[in-house]
Design a protein around this ligand. Sequence first.
Ligand code: PLP
Length: 456
Amino acid sequence: MTMITNHMPTAELQAIDAAHHMHPFTTNDELAEQGARVITRAKGVFLTDSEGNEILDGMAGLWCVNIGYGRTEMAEVAARQMAELPYYNTFFKTTHVPAIALSQEIARLAPEGMNNVFFAGSGSEANDTNIRMVRTYWAEKGKPSKSHIISRKNAYHGSSMGSGSLGGMDYMHAQGGMPIPGIHHIGQPDWWAEGGDMTPEEFGLARARELEAKIEELGEDNVAAFIAEPVQGAGGVIIPPETYWPEIQRICDKYEILLIADEVICGFGRTGNWFGSQTFGIRPHIMTIAKGLSSGYQPIGGSVVCDEVASVIGATEFNHGYTYSGHPVASAVALKNLQILQDENILDHVRNTAGPAFRAGLEGLADHPLVGGASVIGLMGSLPLTPHKESRAKFAGEAGAIGLMCRERCFANNLVMRHVGDRMVVSPPLVITPDEINIFMDRARKALDETWQKAD
Ligand code: PLP
């Protein structure tokens, strides 16, 4: 075996990567020509690449490194747990202390009445669990026809067959036979792109009422659940109008539809509360969790389940689970992450310090000629790029080309911002300081200027 290290020349690492490593959501041939940027280490909110550049990570990895990088105490917990019990499963009537402790802590932090956790290795796996759990719930209640699940266009719930089907990404559904049967998609509450002449409030109600229309079309006796992210993340940080969630809640209550809040991004402080459901006053039956649960230090996800659903599922053998459900090292690390979030008052920092500075910074960027406005909640936000602010017009030419250009200008200026079409999205580590937010905004403005010049 040849030793591959951080000290090898970048070109050599890129060549080996291109020869053997298939990257997710990537045109690998194109990447092979360009060479992947090699990230070698990270601390706080900064990544370092193999050329020694210090890059401000405005995305917290993939919306997940909530406590920031380089926490040696997380490594110590992992090492201790690996030495003591690196693996054991939670099938067949066994358990272990990390899974016991983590499930108790999640239940303590979750909204009232959500005292049960089914662990998975990722958000995708957890959403696959949810599909099977809600269908099993209704079957056990004597209503097996309640099996259809309603989701939304442009939602992201993962990349496995089940979770990718729940998601509403056309470009994903175009490959590999998704969506699976029994999953339906209604419109998303994206006022910026789709609201037309309606006010945001009118549009929020109209989009929520698509749920009612879909339930009536399918028949309420055939619908098991509605799933949605409190704020769509990968769809473009789409913060729904204020009227949206109360109407969705009313409809789910009226038709006895289970409500699944996918908290994979919103959970663990991103919106300033433990869960996005609390920020928006949503009362879910199930919450999907992953990402910020461990701040990405270990792969772990799960479904937080309300007592009513858990009691029905608990009365039967639920023939479902993963080798790594409640993995001891991942659980121990996640528990330490939850402790750090609390010991360092990180939610308070999001609400009162970083969040307001971040909002002010993004709203400041909205005066840029390329930027149509700023949507911000907690420490997630988006900047739609437009050639005409008032009409919210789209750019002529290929959708997303300007967004891609802006992302590349950000990268060239040592800032990670992602684009979703022509919308820039941001979600930095929750520990970002006001000074670091200033660095972020300076680099972002420079990238916007350069994009503006190039696009002209
Ligand atoms: N749900 C949401 C809202 C997500 O944003 C993601 C990932 O981005 C997932 C589920 C899937 O999680 P994972 O990539 O851990 O499978």
